[in-house]
Design a binder for this molecule. Structure first.
Ligand code: AMP
Length: 424
């Protein structure tokens, strides 16, 4: 098969690494890819959001199957346009991707079908939004409706802070169209957990559990980021929790999306709060998490590609995935300054040394090739250093051993990835 992966981050490097190892894959392309992905796939310089150019490339190169990594092209309807062109792909249609693309849609769906989530209101008028905030009190959560690259969620400690967030989004247009409507919701308490399942429109097949760290600094402090590390399995997601999440959240969502005429195919990623009343849905993502995808690919023993194809074909019912009976842990190395402003173009050394350690996988998130084989930083999150081990602690030790072999003064990473799982 001729395969095209869309995207150019650590998630896509992990996907390309897994797909390149499949006996079904004859030729692998990635658009746009990065310097690490170029070892697994032929990179083509088309942006992931350039829908017409991706469709045209897939037609011209007779691609058999497209795997879409990031959310933006999904929400923009890449899968719909590929289907019209007769090309099969992995990922939800635009209308189904609204589960991530519109928080208001997701909340209304949960309300209509009794899926547990935080109480909420949706608003386009600042006055009504502020009245709701004053009525509910703080802490309270203000969210931009649309995609805002992880920045559209404000956890307000005071009603004044929440009202400022409303002004920023609805009046000042901080997130543009994505913030033209806001969802204001109840603040939930508990431990956060993620849950991933492949969904073929009808059947949901849970993946191994995984948990990320969203905050920039040690101790889960500092600003929210795209994710500074991850580990699998996630001890918080016990078999009992997983069963409850499937029964109360994932399966009702899959059924609801069918009823709504938006059958969901792809990977459904639920962000959960494990509250005293049971798991509640914080958000849906309609693609693999990054860096969670890196730990999942490191633990997946089965061939990933047939699973992605079965998801498209509606054949997950009797599908089985085998997972390595070990832990995996990813440490993200980011450019200093991330998630705010940072420099591109610094040289990273020691990558081959780090990758040569046993039980270590090095995925690139934001790199480009420099002169004479140099690897240059080209993004906020730049590398994902993944290791496997008998326990999360062992995987963590090995991952940091690899990190310490990488010579990149302009980068930083957290030193405590996995701490919650390790400390119990
Ligand atoms: P989201 O993008 O909706 O997952 O929100 C980003 C982060 O904000 C989550 O990972 C949580 O840490 C936090 N968060 C979102 N909604 C709530 C809520 N209703 N209560 C408490 N924390 C929340």
């Amino acid at each position: 098969m001729r395969i095209l992966v869309v995207g150019g981050g650590g998630r896509e490097h992990a996907l390309c690494w897994a797909i390149a190892g499949s006996p079904l894959c004859d030729k692998l392309y990635c658009a746009p890819g990065n310097a690490g992905i170029a070892r697994e796939a032929e990179c083509v310089s088309i942006a992931a959001e350039n829908i017409p150019a991706i469709v045209e490339f897939a037609q011209r190169e007779a691609i058999d199957f497209v795997v879409v990594g990031p959310e933006t092209p999904l929400v923009l309807g890449l899968v719909d346009r590929l289907t019209e062109a007769g090309i099969e792909s992995f990922g939800p249609t635009g209308p189904a991707a609204a589960l991530e693309g519109s928080k208001a849609f997701m909340k209304d769906l949960c309300a209509k079908y009794g899926i547990p989530t935080a109480g909420y209101g949706r608003f386009t008028e600042p006055a009504a939004a502020k009245a709701f905030i004053r009525q509910k009190g703080a802490p309270i959560v203000v969210k931009a409706d649309g995609l805002a690259a992880g920045k559209g969620v404000i956890i307000a400690e005071t009603t004044a802070e929440a009202e400022t967030a409303v002004d920023d989004m609805l009046t000042a247009g901080q997130f543009g169209e994505a913030g033209a409507e806001v969802v204001i919701e109840e603040f939930l308490q508990g431990e956060e957990a993620s849950f991933f399942a492949l969904v073929d429109g009808e059947t949901a097949l849970p993946l191994a559990s995984a948990q990320d760290h969203k905050r920039a600094f040690d101790g889960d402090m500092g600003p929210n980021t795209g994710g500074m590390g991850a580990y699998s399995p996630a001890p918080a997601v016990t078999d009992a929790v997983a069963a409850e999440v499937m029964r109360k959240i994932i399966e009702p969502t899959v059924a609801a999306m069918r009823t709504e005429g938006r059958p969901f195919k792809g990977v459904l990623y639920a962000g959960l709060m494990l509250t005293v009343e049971g798991p509640k849905l914080l958000e849906y993502n309609v693609r693999f998490g990054d860096p969670e995808c890196q730990v999942l690919c490191a633990r997946l023993m089965s061939d990933l590609l047939p699973a992605l194809i079965a998801t498209h074909d509606g054949l997950l019912k009797n599908f089985h995935l085998r997972w390595l009976d070990k832990a995996a842990l990813t440490v993200v190395m980011a450019a200093k300054g991330y998630p705010d402003s940072y420099q591109r173009g610094s040289t990273i050394r020691g990558l081959d040394r780090a990758a040569a350690l046993s039980d270590v996988l090095l995925f690139h998130a934001g790199t480009k090739a420099g002169p004479n084989g140099a690897v240059l930083a080209d993004g906020g999150r730049v590398l994902g250093v993944t290791a496997t081990g008998a326990t999360i602690a062992a995987a963590q030790a090995r991952a940091y051993e690899a990190v310490d072999l990488i010579d990149w003064p302009q980068g930083f990473c957290r030193r405590d990835i996995g701490w919650r799982a390790i400390n119990g």
